[in-house]
Design a protein around this ligand. Structure first.
Ligand SMILES: [Zn+2]
Ligand SMILES: [Zn+2]
Length: 231
């Protein structure tokens, strides 16, 4: 038996059913917000321009995201290039932009126009106020206020689908240099904690194999604030 779990998603992309795609992305993202909708839209633009669907198994098509905010979940769900299937590359440069690229390096980059986020709420003072209070300043609102934020944000999310692409995005053809397919390494067992770890993520101390956390050496973490080294 051979199945393509993304068949329905691919069909909806071909049909241009943005609403269905956004609802589907909500299953991954957990809420509806403007940037997750923009991630869906940017991905659909790139997929249609590149005329390429990923099968999700061969890193044949890669997505590069330049931010780790809500936008990135729209990209993962729609392109099928994810953190786990090694077809997602994260460039930690803090831009609301994505590129979809073929193995050869030919790609389409879609970036949010500067000023668009401000323009988005320019004629919606309530959305702006809710955003500033409860997202930017992380104020704790009443349950009613938090529900209102959710409702306003959700409406703004779906509203993104109706706005012409050109108002939101700049689209360009690019050539990118891509890494080789992710290598597969054997596992070793740490002499300290007893857990198995990928060979390339270990250290040898006094002739013993140690995992990175047990070795005390620095390693990288991806967290809300971006990538940073810890030890
Ligand atoms: Zn979000
Ligand atoms: Zn260990």
């Amino acid at each position: 038996m051979s199945t393509n779990p993304r068949e329905e998603i691919q069909r909806k992309i071909e049909e241009g059913d943005l609403r269905w795609l956004l609802l589907k992305t909500g299953e991954l993202h957990g809420h509806f917000c403007p940037f997750v909708a923009l991630g869906v839209k940017a991905s659909v633009i790139a997929i249609r321009r590149l005329k390429a669907f990923t099968e999700g198994i061969d890193e044949d098509i890669l997505a590069i995201v330049e931010t780790n905010n809500c936008f990135a979940d729209g990209v993962q769900m729609t392109t099928g290039c994810t953190f786990g299937n090694n077809a997602l590359i994260f460039r930690d440069v803090g831009k609301t932009a994505m590129t979809l690229a073929l193995r050869g390096g030919k790609g389409i980059r879609v970036s949010l126009r500067p000023g668009y986020p401000e323009a988005m709420t320019a004629d919606n003072p309530e959305a702006r106020e809710l955003f500033e209070r409860f997202i930017l300043r992380r104020e704790k609102g009443t349950p009613e206020e938090m529900q209102r934020l959710k409702d306003v944000w959700e409406a703004l999310s779906f509203a993104q689908l109706e706005i012409p692409d050109e108002e939101q995005f700049a689209v360009s053809e690019v050539t990118v240099s891509l890494p080789d397919r992710a290598p597969i390494h054997p596992s070793l067992v740490c002499a300290e904690c007893g857990e198995a770890f990928m060979e390339t993520r270990g250290r040898i101390r006094d002739g013993k194999f140690l995992c990175l956390p047990c070795s005390g050496d620095a390693y990288f973490v991806l967290e809300g604030g971006g990538i940073r080294a810890v030890s």
